[in-house]
Structure formats: structure tokens, C-alpha cells
Write a protein that binds this ligand. Structure first.
Ligand code: AGP
Length: 608
């Protein structure tokens, strides 16, 4: 997805704009550009390709000034070319603008503007907005932006500067996130708070239909009628080192290794030993209200959807609450019958996923209570839900989600404990769960010792074209997640399946070139999984088993083995996911793939 950074203040804008873009690189893009103001002089620099190409342009032609905007473009309308890269100019250079989103009626507006004599340089929908603002520009930049927005159909997160208004950056949001960063004698604007880390810890999130007017000394949030609106200042609990790879080659590997601490942070302050339960500060539902809940719908996308599947098992096992898990993109249009005592729980790392946001908005419109598990403080989903729980996993930069997944599973376990204890779960059972949860960070630390074994297995199988991931019960969603990790970063086709389901068709895929990853730690369904494993072996399929360290039988029954510590069944996802993340990482590395920025993918899918 595209990225936006804006700045106005005492610093030179160019380095701030470029560093901000580098923090947004993981979102995926194909061109980049910036514009800065020195007094009334506007300079524009842009380039197709990576940010490094833009840096090369700037080395030859710096862009001075203390006010500017920058953008990484993920092409929607118009190919990835220098001309189509943002910023785009409006009028005769009275306006420079960057834009995230899609303007659906741009063709009509473009024709109308051309008839009024405006000359278009690019094939983008964005350029229409720039000329439209220029056509209204008189003595108030905010007013000109507002008048132009009225004509737009579609979505936008945009940032605008003008040589006629030196030192001012105007932003506007409808359907594509924008956040204002507050500093001393400087203000920032970005499409993602990650771009502001190291510059500002105090942020204000714009809501849909809101604008902001920024100068070095002043920031203002306005509604569509220019009325100033009150805005909440959030504190980002991220540190500069969070957005630095440190000693790791990739963010993904760093984030895999952060998981023990991530689990500790997800549980910090939420375990209530005396009451043998958990507690949360932001559910905005008291125990009486929660007792009335008779059904939960969990809705999410991608990896978060897999975490939701684990949550379903947990809620039903420990709280005996019926749960249904829905792909957000399906749920938002399915219009299922929903009883009033249903809670809809959105699970999302970014808090900006368009389908998940739409599913929650649809639920709210039907009068249902909405909750969110989210990793980004103040993100749209976090703000629009009736309550929720933050993951506190720190910024997840790698496109392939790892630490957010295990943080989500941990929080879902805490919620299951909390809901179970307010129903039938005994104090003793609650205490046991707390002890088991407290042991998990060390269990994950121990699991990371499998790294070298996984590397060897990756070397053996990195050339394959297909892989199967098979698990049962709590490990069926982990099978899906392991397959997704491999697909995402190595581009190998992989399928996750319930292990028993293989008999109903997919086993036809098995041959000596199609390895199967069996998730087979000791547990309630161990014997059943081993039977399924034998079915694959009998057909010549190579088997990679994830098993417990003290498993005496697995040696004779698998071609390769990854050992993990024994943990309770419901917590097995937290350890079994680790070797699958590492396996995908090392196979992708051996295949020369771009691990932190896989092709075609974006970290936060803010379009439908
Ligand atoms: C996970 O590795 C993917 N990057 C993707 O499936 C992601 O989980 C999905 O887009 C949902 O994102 P969210 O958690 O930010 O809503």
C-alpha cells in the first residue's frame, strides 16, 4: 500500500521525509517522490523504483526547505513511471499533493477539468485532486481542499502543500488512514505511525471526513465544514529501536525472536492470580454485560483469521460460548442472522485492514457490540470499536506476520480465561491456566533452539514446488498459518489442512516431490495424527514432523523432525508456530526472495 509522510518545522524536510518513507517501505510500492518548499519555491523530485533511486536523484538535485510531503506509490491507476509517481502538481504548480486511495469518479472530473483548460501530465486519478484544489485556490488552502473534496467519490488519505502558503501542510482523510505527529516547533503527517517513530511519540489520528492544517507551531483538526474538532492525543509506546533491524538480517527474523518478550508484554498486568482470572482495561463491558453474551463472531483476514480460529477453540473450551469465525471480506456482505446478544470481535494487527473495518462497521450498524484485538494504538479499528485489547507487540514491520499472531493467540487465551471464570470455570482451573500461560515465554525461548535444525530442513526442501501442512484441533489453524507463511515469502504453493481431511481428496497430491509438514506434538489427538502421517508415508510422501522432544516413536516415522517442548494442547500454537515461521524464512532466504517486502503484498491492506 502507498505511504505518506509530511513535515513542517525547524528541520530540513528532505531527511525527515526520506527516513519516514524508509520506515514505510515494508508496505510495498513501486515508485517514490517528494516535494519541498523553500519560501515560495516548490521543488519536486520523484523516481520509479525503490527509495534508493529517489535518494540517488536527491544526491544530484537536493530538495531544500523546512516543509514538504513525500510518498511511496503502489500503482492503481497508471503504470509505475516517473510521471505517475507522486507528488502531483495542480494548476501551474500552485499545489503539490500526495494521495493514498482510489478516486472512482476521476475520469469524469478529469474531462471537466480538461475542458476548463487544465493540462494533465499523468495517467493517475490523483492528479485530478491536485488540479481540483488548484481550481478553488484563493486565500485559504484548507478551504480550497475542502471544496475539492466535495466532488470526490472514493477513498483518500492525502497531504497538500502550496508555494502560496509556505510552511503549511494540509491533510484530509476518507477511508485511508492519516496520523498527525506532534513535536516542538514541528508537526508531522503520515499514513502509518511507524513513519513517525523517533520523531514523535504523541499522535492524533484523523477520522473519516476530517482535515488537518499543520504549521510548525500549530496543528488543527477540522470537520468538513471547517469547524475545529477536538482530537485525542495518543501516546505511541514504540521506541526508535523498534523500527531498526538491529543485528538481524530481516525484520521478520527479528520479530520471530522477539516473541518471548511479546508474550510477556501481552500478559503484562492482565493476569490476576488472586482471582485466578485475567482482567482488561479497555473492553468497556462489565462482567454483568459479558455474562449476557451468548455468541461471539470473530472476524479477520489472513494470519489474524488463523488466530481467530484458535480463539474459537479456546472460547468454546474454556468459556463454553459458541463462536463463529468469519473471513471479514465474506462477513461484510453475507448479512447473516445476528441475535442481539452477539459480540463481534475484530482481530487485526494493523487496525486498518479495510475488510475487517467494514465488517465491524456493518456489525455496529446492526446494533451489535464490537470489540477489537489490535496492535496499533489509536488505529481506525481500535478507535471505532466499542472496546478492545491492545497486543502491545510493538511495530510489526515484516509483511509476513509473526509476533502479532502469537500475541493475538496469547490475548485470546487471556480472554478465554476471563470469560470462563465469570461462568463455570473453577478457581483451581483458572490458577492452572495462569501458571501454564506464565510458562509460555520460556517455552518459546526453548523452541527457538530448533533454529539450526530448521535451517537444515530448509536446505533440503527449498527447491520444492508444493508443500502440505497438516494438523488437528488447535494445530489445524497453525497448519493454515504455516502454509500462509511459506506462500507469502517463498512463493511456493502450500496448503494447510485438517490432518484427517487428507483422505477426502488432497492425498491425491502426495508424491515424493510433495513434502508434508505434520504438526504432531503429544496431545489429545496425537495417535490420530500419527495414523494420518502413516497414510502419507505409505504413499511415498516425505514427512517433516514437528514433535515433542521426548517422542520415542517419531524418529522411525518421519524423514525430518523439528522438536518443540511439551505444552498444554491449547497453548501448542504458541510453540508450533515458531518452527513454521523459521522454515518459511529460511526457504525464502535460500530462494533469494525479498523476505520483508514480498512481491505483490502490502503490510496493511487498506483497500478492498
Ligand atoms: C500475514 O502474514 C499477512 N501479511 C496478511 O495475511 C495479514 O495477516 C492480513 O492482511 C491481516 O492484516 P491485519 O492483521 O493487519 O488485519
Amino acid at each position: 500500500m502507498c505511504g505518506i509522510v509530511g513535515y513542517t518545522g525547524h528541520r530540513e524536510a528532505q531527511p525527515v521525509l526520506m527516513e519516514g518513507l524508509s520506515r514505510l517501505e515494508y508496505r510495498g510500492y513501486d515508485s517514490a517522490g517528494l516535494a519541498t518548499l523553500t519560501g515560495k519555491d516548490l521543488r519536486l523530485r520523484k523516481s520509479v523504483g525503490r527509495i534508493s533511486e529517489l535518494a540517488a536523484v536527491l544526491k544530484r538535485h537536493p530538495s531544500p526547505g523546512h516543509c514538504g510531503i513525500s510518498h511511496t506509490r503502489w500503482a492503481t491507476h497508471g503504470a509505475a513511471t516517473d510521471i505517475n509517481a507522486h507528488p502531483h502538481l495542480g494548476g501551474d504548480g500552485d499545489i503539490a499533493l500526495v494521495h493514498n486511495g482510489v478516486i472512482e469518479n476521476y475520469a469524469l472530473l478529469k474531462r471537466q477539468l480538461e475542458q476548463r483548460g487544465y493540462r494533465f501530465r499523468s495517467q493517475t486519478d490523483t492528479e485530478v485532486i491536485a488540479h481540483l484544489i488548484a481550481s478553488y485556490l484563493k486565500d485559504d488552502l484548507v478551504e480550497a481542499v475542502q471544496k475539492a473534496l466535495v466532488h470526490l467519490k472514493g477513498t483518500y488519505g492525502l497531504a497538500v502543500i502550496s508555494p502560496r502558503f509556505p510552511g503549511m501542510v494540509v491533510g484530509a482523510r476518507l477511508g485511508s488512514p492519516l496520523v498527525v505527529g506532534l513535536g516542538d516547533n514541528e508537526t508531522f503527517l503520515a499514513s502509518d505511525p511507524g513513519a513517525l517513530v523517533g520523531y514523535s511519540q504523541r499522535v492524533v489520528y484523523l477520522n473519516d471526513h476530517q482535515l488537518c492544517a499543520l504549521t510548525p507551531q500549530k496543528w488543527e483538526v477540522l470537520d468538513g465544514e471547517s469547524a475545529t474538532v477536538s482530537a485525542t492525543v495518543h501516546s505511541l509506546d514504540w521506541e526508535p529501536e523498534d523500527t531498526d533491524k538491529g543485528d538481524y538480517e530481516h525484520f521478520m527474523l527479528k520479530e520471530i525472536y522477539e516473541q518471548p518478550e511479546v508474550l510477556e508484554r501481552a500478559m503484562a498486568g492482565r493476569l490476576h492470580a488472586a482471582g485466578a482470572t485475567a482482567h482488561f482495561g479497555g473492553l468497556n463491558l462489565d462482567p454483568q454485560q459479558l455474562r449476557q453474551v451468548e455468541r461471539v463472531i470473530m472476524t479477520a483476514c489472513g494470519t489474524s483469521y488463523h488466530a481467530a480460529l484458535i480463539g474459537e477453540y479456546m472460547f468454546e473450551q474454556f468459556a463454553r460460548i459458541p463462536v463463529e469465525v468469519e473471513y471479514a471480506s465474506e462477513f461484510r456482505y453475507r448479512n447473516p442472522p445476528l441475535e442481539h446478544n452477539t459480540v463481534v470481535l475484530g482481530i487485526t494487527q494493523s487496525g486498518e485492514t479495510a475488510d475487517t473495518l467494514a465488517a465491524l462497521r456493518e456489525s455496529k450498524a446492526k446494533g451489535l457490540r464490537t470489540l477489537a484485538l489490535c496492535n496499533v494504538v489509536g488505529s481506525t479499528i481500535a478507535r471505532e470499536s466499542d472496546g478492545g485489547v491492545y497486543l502491545h507487540a510493538g511495530p510489526e514491520i515484516g509483511v509476513a506476520s509473526t509476533k502479532a499472531f502469537t500475541a493475538q493467540v496469547t490475548v485470546l487465551a487471556l480472554l478465554s480465561l476471563y470469560l470462563g471464570r465469570m461462568r463455570h470455570m473453577s478457581h483451581a482451573a483458572g490458577s492452572r491456566i495462569i501458571d501454564e500461560l506464565r510458562a509460555m515465554p520460556d517455552a518459546v525461548r526453548a523452541t527457538l533452539k530448533c533454529h539450526e535444525a530448521v535451517k537444515e530442513i530448509a536446505a533440503k526442501y527449498h527447491h520444492v514446488n508444493n508443500m502440505l501442512y497438516l494438523g488437528r484441533q488447535y494445530l489445524y489453524p497453525v497448519a493454515l498459518e504455516g502454509a500462509l507463511k511459506l506462500k507469502e515469502i517463498s512463493y511456493i504453493h502450500a496448503e494447510g489442512y485438517p490432518a484427517a481431511e487428507m483422505k477426502h481428496g488432497p492425498i491425491a497430491l502426495v508424491d515424493q516431490d510433495t513434502p508434508s509438514v505434520f504438526l504432531a506434538p503429544h496431545g489429545a489427538v496425537y495417535d490420530k495424527v500419527m495414523s494420518n502421517l502413516e497414510e502419507i508415508r505409505a504413499r511415498g510422501g516425505p514427512v517433516i514432523a514437528v514433535a515433542c522432544e521426548n517422542d520415542e516413536h517419531i524418529e522411525a516415522r518421519a524423514d525430518d523432525i523439528i522438536y518443540v517442548p511439551r505444552v498444554p494442547d491449547y497453548l501448542q500454537p504458541l510453540v508450533v508456530a515458531i518452527p513454521l515461521q523459521l522454515l518459511a524464512y529460511h526457504i525464502a532466504l535460500l530462494r533469494g526472495c525479498d523476505i520483508d517486502m514480498p512481491r505483490n503484498l502490502a503490510k496493511s491492506v487498506t483497500v478492498e
